[in-house]
Design a protein around this ligand. Structure first.
Ligand code: TMP
Ligand code: ASP
Length: 238
């Protein structure tokens, strides 16, 4: 497979066309961005670690019957994925209160959310990713009613698989963000599942092992990402 011209460059990944019209390449870069690009940096190996964590979790989800866009790795940081039509909804699943939900509502950080809370944001840099509900998603034509209920069903199924798998590796999953795409008449999981898009807390100490380390200057983000990789993909450490 050949990596052809760049189609889109986001905050942490760049998407390329390939010689197969059904496939794209998602390159995981070392750049770090938070607070709508107001805080920027870069960290060596961060792209590689996020790519390997994502692959492992996509493979796990596929094994559990959840369709994903993952195909293969072309290099350590170039992921071959299905050329889906991305649905412009960021699906946030929350198991434990942290981050923006604590700022916006009277939740305490660390408070268990049972059942999990699913929130939809409109994926739009121009509008600052505002929270939306089903009616706004329908009125904007972002997805159909059936697609929204399928997305909810998949998000909850993904959450159950991830909470169990990570729990066995001494990681809590307070929250994470998913994106979905249309492919072959169905909805499949797209984007990434990594330390950039999840909160991971050590089960014993509660220490953040994710992008919060970068957001709030809590130490070396790569050390945190490596700690997650050691638990999720120990095989890459030989
Ligand atoms: P939040 O607490 O800032 O709303 O974030 C909730 C979760 O979603 C957290 O795990 C980080 C992830 N997230 C993204 O991946 N991209 C985003 O643009 C936002 C706002 C959150
Ligand atoms: N990913 C979002 C941004 O870069 C939110 C965050 O990670 O803080 O603005």
């Amino acid at each position: 497979m050949k990596k052809l011209e760049q189609l889109h460059s986001g905050k942490a990944k760049t998407v390329f066309r390939t010689d197969d019209p059904g496939k794209l390449i998602m390159e995981f870069r070392d750049s770090l961005s938070a607070f709508d690009g107001k805080k920027l940096s870069s960290a060596s190996n961060k792209g590689y670690l996020n790519a390997r964590i994502s692959v492992k979790l996509f493979e796990l989800l596929e094994q559990k019957g959840i369709p994903t866009h993952y195909d293969s790795m072309l290099t350590d940081i170039d992921m071959v994925v299905d050329n889906v039509e991305i649905i412009l909804i960021e699906v946030i699943v929350r198991n434990i209160a942290a981050g923006s939900i604590v700022k916006k509502y009277p939740f305490e950080t660390g408070q268990q959310l049972d059942p999990p809370v699913i929130v939809f944001d409109y994926k739009s840099d121009e509008y600052g990713d505002p929270m939306i509900n089903d009616d706004i998603a329908l009125a904007l034509g972002l997805a159909t009613k059936d697609e929204l209920s399928r997305i909810r069903e998949l998000a909850l199924a993904i959450n159950s698989v991830l909470v169990e798998y990570l729990g066995e590796r001494n990681l809590l999953l307070p929250d994470f963000k998913l994106e979905f795409g249309r492919f072959n008449g169905g909805i499949i999981l797209a984007d990434e599942i990594s330390c950039d898009t999840c909160r991971f807390w050590d089960k014993i100490t509660g220490e953040s092992l994710d992008k919060d380390v970068f957001r709030f200057d809590r130490g070396d983000p790569v050390a945190a990402y490596r700690e997650v990789a050691k638990r999720v993909v120990p095989e890459i450490f030989g």
